[in-house]
Write a protein that binds this ligand. Structure first.
Ligand code: CP
Ligand code: NVA
Length: 310
């Protein structure tokens, strides 16, 4: 078996991304009947960082598909002592049918995949959060009926996993992706370049715009995320002051100039910091649908990867 991995958003082509989103919509419409993981197939879901939505969506989703979710706190594994990532991967390949992993550096995820005989899914690294962006794209597509040609602006920490994944995933979908971020918190130049290349193939575009009002002007979708990602709590940077002008509030939302613009946030939200209660709980917020869609998108991704790998 040659396993198909999902380590970053551009591991899927535009057509493949659309196929996964179609399947996610099918699962949303008909949640519990198809059991493609019956047997059951086992999926290890390993966390080295906290999680609410990702854990729930994979554990519940795998069970709904007829599979056996094996949820593991990575910090309690021998991986947390001196067993190598590669040896851990070889062991996992002998027991389970896929591995879903939340960890720190992307290089760790690549090491896991490098010797894996089963699909490896990135459930968040410091650099990317591609599972979340599949759910985001599903949510946007359901609202607007399309992705290509829409303008999405991500505001806040432009150097974090959500910014990078929205760049790559949005460009793959043919969207116009803007990053509204302060100096010192801009995307990794290599990932920006990768997204630019992908956008050139899909008719999308990517742009870095430091002025928050200019960055949202004409945008269909605003997205934000925490100013302090997991693992950055003590990095010595001021993670409040530089981000204040990028807070998603009613004023910035109005600055899109579009009455039907919408707002996403992967959650957890820090209410009153990167987003106000008024916007998060307001009529233009899609965040609760977005969170629910993690379930459908993760089911679709797993089933699709396993099909591609067999
Ligand atoms: N959005 C997201 O990944 O949430 P969790 O950290 O709760 O899994
Ligand atoms: N950027 C956030 C996303 C949490 C789902 C983090 O990495 O903590």
């Amino acid at each position: 078996m040659s396993p198909r991995h999902f380590l970053r958003d551009d591991d899927l082509t535009t057509e493949e991304q659309a196929a996964v989103l179609d399947l996610a919509d099918a699962y949303k419409a008909d949640r519990f009947t198809a059991k493609p993981l019956a047997g059951p197939k086992s999926v290890a879901v390993i966390f080295e960082k906290n999680s609410t939505r990702t854990r729930l969506s994979f554990e519940v989703g795998i069970a709904q598909l007829g599979g056996n979710p094996v949820i593991i706190d990575g910090r309690s594994m021998q991986l947390g002592r001196e067993e190598t990532i590669e040896d851990t991967s070889r062991i996992l390949s002998g027991y389970v049918d896929a591995v879903v992993w939340r960890t720190f550096a992307q290089a760790r995820m690549e090491a896991m995949a490098s010797v894996s005989r089963i699909p490896v899914v990135n459930a968040l690294t410091d650099e990317f959060h591609p599972c979340q962006v599949l759910a985001d794209l599903q949510t946007i597509r359901r609202r607007y009926g399309r992705l290509a040609g829409l303008t999405l602006t991500y505001l806040g920490d432009g150097a974090n996993n959500m910014a990078h994944s929205l760049l790559l995933g949005g460009a793959t979908a043919g969207m116009h992706v803007r990053i509204g971020a302060p100096a010192g918190f801009v995307p990794n130049p290599q990932f920006l370049e990768d997204a630019k290349k992908r956008a050139a193939e899909t008719g999308g575009s990517v742009a870095l715009i430091s002025d928050p009002r200019e960055s949202v002007d004409g945008s269909d979708v605003l997205v934000t995320d925490t100013w302090t990602s997991m693992g950055q709590e003590n990095d010595g940077k001021d993670r409040v002051g530089p981000f204040r002008p990028y807070q998603v509030n009613a004023d910035l939302l109005a600055a899109t100039g579009k009455v039907d613009s919408t707002v996403l946030h992967c959650l957890p939200a820090h209410r009153g910091w990167e987003i106000t209660d008024e916007v998060l709980d307001g009529p233009q917020s899609l965040v609760w649908q977005e969170a629910e869609n993690r379930l459908h998108a993760q089911k679709a991704l797993l089933v699709w990867l396993l099909e591609q790998s067999s």
